[in-house]
Design a protein around this ligand. Structure first.
Ligand SMILES: Nc1ncnc2c1ncn2[C@@H]1O[C@H](COP(=O)(O)OP(=O)(O)OP(=O)(O)O)[C@@H](O)[C@H]1O
Length: 297
């Protein structure tokens, strides 16, 4: 569906994209993650033909990007692109016109899209009277009104409360079930884990690693992670090293990577004689892999 080859972009001396390569299959939900400034929005703007690359190729359905491919894409940018004094319906009319929908199709599509984003009852309400979560859903509706094949969502849930986030996640799952290809950027790694079939981890304008969560998990030699709280950290770390457990610190948590899964009682036995306040096992999360790639590349 989308193929990016050797994409380069600089702003003055700041090279933001460095030979970026990316491929997204039709019907896939692909998550692009990376620190602030990694180049995610720049990539999206180039895909949407809003910004020119310095070099490289992008094809959508095997066609180079152009005014024609723009119609295949729907984009919901980070900042809502809405006219606050217009109603939901009027906003969608405006964007439907831009995409060249004829009047009859447009009215039907507006209804269907408002239904899909659960805002049909707000059709006549001005945007400025809607909650932040509703405005975010309407921003996504703008990306869907012309039935694109590729939907690009730039941080769709940033700033939303947990219930509004669930609604956006549900909407993304519906897109996936309809076979629509989705490119999503997010700083919420559990969001990427939940929604995306494949995830690309971006740093300094390059993809450091990509794959399904299962594939990404093979990048670190851990089958499971143990989080521990103890006053005797130095002793615990020394003991862990003896058993071949790599230690890491995630915020305040002391963590050990287990090269093979162990029962909790077996783990506790390895730390015998060291007073432990709490101990918990958890699967290897995207967060653990992401931090490793960010700090050791
Ligand atoms: N119009 C511009 N002029 C100059 N520099 C820019 C411009 N737009 C972006 N940049 C720089 O390009 C780099 C990449 O920015 P970009 O917005 O693509 O990153 P991002 O991964 O989307 O970050 P975030 O997660 O914060 O949205 C940053 O260093 C940014 O300061």
């Amino acid at each position: 569906m989308l193929t990016i080859k050797n994409l380069n972009k600089s702003y003055g001396r700041n090279q933001v994209l460095q030979n970026l390569n990316l491929h997204i299959e039709p019907g896939e939900v692909y998550g692009l993650i990376g620190a602030n400034g990694a180049g995610k929005t720049t990539t999206i703007n180039i895909i949407c033909n809003l910004l020119n690359a310095d070099s490289g190729d992008i094809t959508i359905n095997n066609q180079p990007i152009s005014a024609a491919t723009k119609r295949i894409i729907g984009v919901a940018p980070q900042e809502n692109l809405l006219y606050k004094t217009l109603s939901c319906e009027e906003n969608l009319q405006f964007f439907g016109d831009i995409y060249g929908l004829n009047r009859q199709t447009r009215q039907q599509r507006i209804r269907e899209t408002l239904l899909a984003v659960n805002l049909l009852d707000k059709a006549k309400h001005p945007v400025e009277t809607l909650s932040g979560g509703m405005q975010r859903r309407l921003n996504i509706a703008v990306a869907l009104v012309h039935q694109p094949q590729l939907v690009i969502l730039d941080e769709p849930t940033t700033g939303l409360d947990i219930e509004s986030r669930y609604e956006v996640w549900e909407l993304i799952r519906q897109l996936k079930n309809q076979g629509i290809t989705v490119l999503l950027t997010t700083h919420l790694l559990d969001e990427a884990e939940r929604l995306c079939q494949r995830i690309g981890i971006m740093k300094n304008g390059q993809i450091l690693a990509e794959g399904s969560l299962a594939e990404l998990r093979t990048l670190i030699p851990a089958q499971e992670i143990v989080l521990m709280q103890t006053e005797f950290e130095a002793q615990a770390i020394a003991r862990a090293e003896k058993y071949g457990f790599t230690h890491r610190r995630y915020g305040n948590d002391l963590a050990f990577w287990l090269p093979e899964p162990l029962e909790l009682k077996e783990i506790i036995a390895r730390f015998e004689g060291i007073a432990i306040d709490s101990i918990a096992r958890q699967p290897v999360r995207l967060e653990n892999i992401y931090l490793e790639l960010m700090h050791h590349n």
